[in-house]
Design a protein around this ligand. Sequence first.
Ligand code: 0WD
Length: 257
Amino acid sequence: MALLTGKSACVLGVANRWSIATAIARALHAHGASLVLTYEGERTREDVEKLAAELGGAPTTAADVASDESLDALASFLGTAVGKLDILMHSLAFARKEELSGKFFSTSRAGFGTALDISAYSLVALCQRLAPMLGERASVMAMTYLGSVRAVRNYNVMGVAKAALESSVRYLAEDFGQMGGVRVNAISAGPIKTASARAVGDFTKILSEVAAKSPLRRNATAEDVANVAVFLASDLSSAITGQVLYVDAGYNILGIV
Ligand code: 0WD
């Protein structure tokens, strides 16, 4: 029997075929989960519907995490489409491009607020609405990056947002652990060439630095990340919660080498 047979999953954050969420959705499906995919808006709808058709005709719906109404609508859609949810994958983030280069201290108040709202608070807003339908031992996951705990050139306010996201994961893990043993974890991925990543200034330099210096002397791929998402979604990780798991070819452990 496949690892995720009988489990239902909702994946947020598919924008196109390069999205990390695309690899995750494929892997969850391959391991037997039944999926619901969401799209941010009309711009990404077609790509998401195409992927859903490939993955056993998964239901799709709009979910703009900036909007309470949209999240309310997602909750009622899921209530009808699946009833009980075992896997929730939050694989999305946003900061204005002008905040992702230059000096961090030039971050605007509005830019700071937007990045934190879309990239961190959205996980809380989602969990608030979906808590009643999370099944026993459900698994909630979010995507993060090393810029939360280290100063990474140009990552700037997104690093602050990821720090808030990782902290939210710990608080949610504490809340949810007592509610049916629901687990909440983050995956800290190494740099992967996607549309969002390309918005970060000098992103290709970050990719080549990791490939040259990480213990495995390569970059992690979206498929590496997706395999860890399958593990965290499955009962194999039943005593892991509140953690940040690095999937970055080991880059985060380095000091001076
Ligand atoms: O190197 C990387 N690519 C890494 C990404 C390293 C470590 C972590 N991550 C994280 C990102 O910060 C994000 O949390 O992984 C997650 C997925 O990012 P991705 O796969 O790299 O990026 P992408 O394919 O662009 O998907 C992110 C999507 C958006 O795409 P675009 O490019 O259209 O902005 O997040 C979605 C959107 O579809 N998104 C939203 N979804 C719902 N409501 C919203 C929103 N308001 N804003 C953005």
